[in-house]
Write a protein that binds this ligand. Structure first.
Ligand SMILES: [Zn+2]
Length: 420
């Protein structure tokens, strides 16, 4: 890549675009819309898209007012295609800089190679159109077509991919290179001294939230990514505000992404078995769930303190959660009295679960709990009719295995060696 001070940047040819669109950012899509609204002949666009897809576009040069590339046609002949876009004049830039200098979030977003919709809107209210509209992308090609030809269309598609990665490409095309632009902003006092590229301010939440109405709608149905997205890295060079714990936020963001991913998978391909996480969680249960995910020691300690449980109690609760989520936690912590009909059914189950003569002697310990006489093991009836095996461990009842519809099968788990 060329120097960001230069008024000319050249981008090496991009690899063929496999199985993806040419723009994923909203501004890249807006760029393509300007092309597609402008071109009269859909066939030319289609051919252009194909050329761009197979990697027929050579190195792309971006200059104020002009993008250029040599495009190899399918018969092997080469054409030089140019696409012209009007530069902003001095007054436009002045208004743009004044507007941008007032909104630190805009600059920070640009430095993160993002273009917030509000930046474009604010620029427009200052009378500065950043994105091209219909008719603004003017084609010129050595094939002598008078409208967009496959070559200029291919060039536009390729530039959409460049724009996706770096909105400064658009600003250069409009007349200003990245560094002179940032220098001008610094002069206006809107950037800290030093290398602005290392200062990350992020996008104000308010701005990101407001952008939801402007960005294109999600495709329907939403595609399921192969795995949840990773959280943003928050350990920047800027010290966090007092009371903000970046590693805890990263942990929560990763968990939110993982849950969203599972919920989307569930919504797209519903299974009959409801996952434990899908049940409504109390704050208390959610705390146990988060500890069970295994956060780092500091986050775990904070969660432990918030849970109000002593460490041993919390460890038991985590063990219960891992064996069966909310239902398992409730079996650990709730004693309840079954309705007489439920109780009768449970007693029938307990009577018939073992072969003649092998039934252990059971003693009702409380409403939903039966202890095996002479052994420190217990069966607990869950609200869903399943049986949970428990074992007394250093004076504390602790879950011994997963639930089972069959009390005898559930009790089997208590004969397995203890351990976490
Ligand atoms: Zn052409």
């Amino acid at each position: 890549m060329s120097d960001t001070y230069e008024n000319e940047r050249t981008f090496e040819p991009l690899p063929p675009a496999q199985g993806r669109g040419f723009a994923t950012s909203w501004w890249g899509m807006a760029w393509l819309k300007a092309l597609e609204d402008t071109a009269l002949d859909g066939q030319q666009l289609k051919q252009g898209r194909r050329l761009a897809r197979i990697g027929a576009v050579g190195a792309v040069t971006v200059r104020p007012g002009r993008i250029t590339a040599v495009v190899r046609d399918r018969d092997g002949s080469q054409y030089r295609g140019d696409v012209l876009l009007q530069e902003l004049d001095e007054d436009d830039w002045d208004r743009f800089l004044t507007m941008a200098a007032e909104r630190a979030g805009h600059i920070a977003a640009l430095l993160d190679r993002e273009m917030p919709p509000h930046l474009v809107e604010d620029a427009a209210s200052a009378g500065v159109e950043l994105l091209p509209g219909i008719g603004d992308l003017e084609p010129k090609c050595t094939c002598d077509a008078w409208d967009h030809c496959p070559h200029t269309a291919a060039l536009c598609y390729q530039v959409a991919r460049l724009l996706d990665q770096d909105p400064f490409v658009l600003l250069l095309l409009r007349g200003r290179a990245e560094r002179p632009l940032l220098d001008a902003l610094q002069e206006r006092g809107s950037l800290p001294k030093g290398d602005p590229a290392t200062a990350s301010h992020g996008v104000p939440a308010e701005e990101a939230f407001a952008a939801r109405d402007i960005v294109p709608p999600l495709p329907q149905p939403p595609p399921l990514p192969p795995e949840p997205g990773g959280p943003a890295r928050l350990d920047t060079e800027t010290a966090p505000e007092p009371g903000v714990d970046p590693s805890a936020l990263e942990f929560l963001a990763a968990d939110a992404a993982a849950r969203a991913h599972r919920m989307l998978a569930e919504a797209l391909a519903p299974r009959h078995e409801v996952q434990p996480w899908a049940a409504e969680l109390t704050e208390d249960h959610d705390t146990v769930r988060l500890v069970a995910l295994g956060p780092d020691a500091r986050v775990a300690a904070r969660l432990g303190a918030a849970s109000g449980r002593r460490p041993a109690e919390l460890a038991t609760a985590v063990r219960a959660w891992r064996l069966g989520g909310v239902a398992s936690l409730r079996a650990l912590e709730e004693e309840w009295t079954p309705h007489p009909e439920v109780l009768a059914r449970a007693l029938t189950q307990l009577d018939g679960a073992w072969p003649e003569g092998e039934r252990p002697a059971l003693r009702a310990a409380s409403g939903n709990r039966w202890t095996v006489t002479g052994r420190d093991v217990q069966l607990r009836l869950g609200h869903d009719g399943r049986w949970w095996p428990y074992r007394k461990d250093r004076g504390r009842w602790s879950p011994a295995g997963p639930a089972d519809r069959d009390p005898a099968a559930a009790l089997e788990a208590t004969t397995a060696p203890a351990g976490d």
